[in-house]
Ligand binder design. Structure first.
Ligand SMILES: Nc1ncnc2c1ncn2[C@@H]1O[C@H](COP(=O)(O)OP(=O)(O)OP(=O)(O)O)[C@@H](O)[C@H]1O
Ligand SMILES: [Mg+2]
Length: 348
C-alpha cells in the first residue's frame, strides 16, 4: 500500500491515529493525532513523541509480536486531564521497511471515567446519609433495652428522636426514588396543560403554615388570568415547594419570602418567550463558592444547618432535573447578608 493510501485511511479514522513501522519511526499521522501530539511528528522515533513508559512498551511489544496491545495514555493541556485508551493494532504489508506497521489510536475515555467516579461518589454518599440516622436508631434501641429500660421520661424523649431519625430515612429514600424517576423521564417532554397561576397559589397555600410557624411573611405577585404551559403538574409543584421551603428554612431570618410570576418577551438564556417564577428571600445568602455546585446531589451550603433542619441535600438536584425536562433553566443569584433569588425560567 502506498504512503498516500495510508494517510488517506488515517485521515478517515475518527480518532487520533498514527502508524509506527519496523524502523520504529512514525510514518503517518492524522490531524487529530497532530492536535494531540504536535505538528512535527512524522519521521520521528515514536519514543521521542510518546514518552509514557506504558505506551512505549505497548508499541514495542506490538511491533515485535505483531499482536494487539492496549494501554492508557494521560495527557494534560494545562487546563484539564484527559485519559485515553491506546490501541495498538498490527497492519501487515505497509511501512517504509519490510514487515508492516503498528496503527496506534487514542480513544478519549475521560467522560466514562468521570461518570464512573460520580457513580462511586453517589453510592458512598447514599450509604453515608443512611448510616447516620441508622446509627442513631441502633444506639437508642440499645439504650432503651438497657440503661433506660425503666425510665419512662427518657423513653419518651428517645422515641421522639427515633421518630425523627426514621422520618429522615424515609424522606431520603423518597427523594432518591423521586430523583430516579425524574432522571429517567428527563428526555420525555411533559404534555399536560398546567395553569401556573393556580398552581403557584395552591402551592403557597399548602406551605403557608410552615411560613407562619417560622414567622415569615409569604407574598405572591402574579397575574389574575390563567397562564397555561405544557408541563407536569406534580413535578412543577415539587419545584415550587422545594424552592419556597428552602427560602423559608434557610432565608427565613429575613422575615419575608416574595414569590412572583411574570411573562417576558424573550429570555436570553433560552432564546425564547418565557415565564419567570422568582422566589426571593432576605436571609443570609449563599457564598458564591457554593453557587456552581448547589444543584449537585447531596451538596449543602451550610452542612450542619441543613442537616439540623432535616434536609437531604437532594431537593435542588431534583428541581434541576425537572426544569431540564421542561426545557427551562434555573438561575441562582445571591449576595451574602442580603438574600437569595431563585428564578425558574420556563419556555412559554
Ligand atoms: N434560599 C436559600 N438561602 C440560603 N441557602 C440556601 C437556600 N436555598 C438552598 N440553600 C442551600 O442549598 C442547599 C441545598 O438545598 P436542597 O434543597 O438541595 O437541599 P436541602 O434543603 O438541604 O434538602 P431537601 O430539599 O432534600 O430537604 C441547602 O442545604 C442550603 O445550604
Ligand atoms: Mg430543600
Amino acid at each position: 500500500m502506498s504512503n498516500d493510501l495510508n494517510t488517506a485511511f488515517l485521515s478517515a479514522t475518527p480518532l487520533p491515529a498514527l502508524l509506527v513501522d519496523q524502523s520504529e519511526r512514525i510514518i503517518s499521522a492524522n490531524a487529530d493525532a497532530h492536535a494531540l501530539l504536535g505538528q512535527h511528528i512524522t519521521g520521528r522515533h515514536f519514543a521521542t513523541i510518546l514518552r509514557q513508559p506504558l505506551v512505549i512498551e505497548a508499541i514495542e511489544s506490538s511491533l515485535r509480536s505483531k499482536a494487539p496491545r492496549e494501554t492508557r495514555h494521560l495527557s494534560n493541556d494545562g487546563a484539564r486531564d484527559t485519559t485515553y485508551v491506546v490501541h495498538c493494532r498490527y497492519v501487515n504489508g505497509i511501512g517504509a521497511v519490510q514487515g508492516g506497521a503498528v496503527m496506534v489510536t487514542f480513544m478519549d475515555v475521560t467522560h466514562l471515567e468521570h461518570a464512573e467516579q460520580m457513580r462511586r461518589d453517589f453510592v458512598a454518599n447514599v450509604s453515608h446519609e443512611l448510616r447516620t440516622p441508622l446509627t442513631a436508631l441502633m444506639g437508642f434501641i440499645e439504650t432503651l433495652r438497657g440503661p433506660a429500660r425503666d425510665d419512662s421520661q427518657a423513653r419518651d424523649r428517645f422515641l421522639k428522636i427515633m421518630d425523627d431519625e426514621s422520618n429522615r430515612m424515609n424522606r431520603l429514600v423518597g427523594d432518591l426514588l423521586s430523583l430516579n424517576r425524574v432522571e429517567s423521564e428527563e428526555r420525555v417532554r411533559p404534555k399536560e396543560e398546567v395553569d401556573l397561576t393556580a398552581q403557584l397559589a395552591s402551592t403557597l397555600n399548602s406551605i403557608r403554615p410552615l411560613a407562619e410557624s417560622a414567622g415569615v411573611d409569604l407574598n405572591l405577585v402574579a397575574p389574575k388570568a390563567p397562564l397555561i404551559v405544557a408541563g407536569d403538574p406534580d413535578q412543577l409543584q415539587q419545584v415550587f415547594t422545594n424552592l419556597i421551603e428552602n427560602a423559608i428554612k434557610y432565608g427565613g431570618s429575613g422575615g419575608v419570602v416574595d414569590v412572583s410570576l411574570t411573562q417576558v418577551e424573550r429570555d436570553p438564556a433560552i432564546r425564547a418567550p418565557a415565564i419567570h417564577i422568582q422566589i426571593a428571600d432576605k436571609g443570609p445568602g449563599i457564598d458564591s463558592v457554593h453557587l456552581p455546585r448547589l444543584t449537585e446531589r447531596f451538596y449543602r451550603g451550610d452542612n450542619h444547618r441543613s442537616r439540623e433542619l432535616g434536609g437531604t441535600g437532594l431537593g435542588l438536584a431534583i428541581v434541576k432535573h425537572i426544569i431540564n425536562r421542561h426545557r427551562g433553566r434555573l438561575r441562582i443569584e445571591s449576595k451574602l447578608g442580603q438574600g437569595t433569588v431563585f428564578t425558574v425560567i420556563l419556555p412559554r
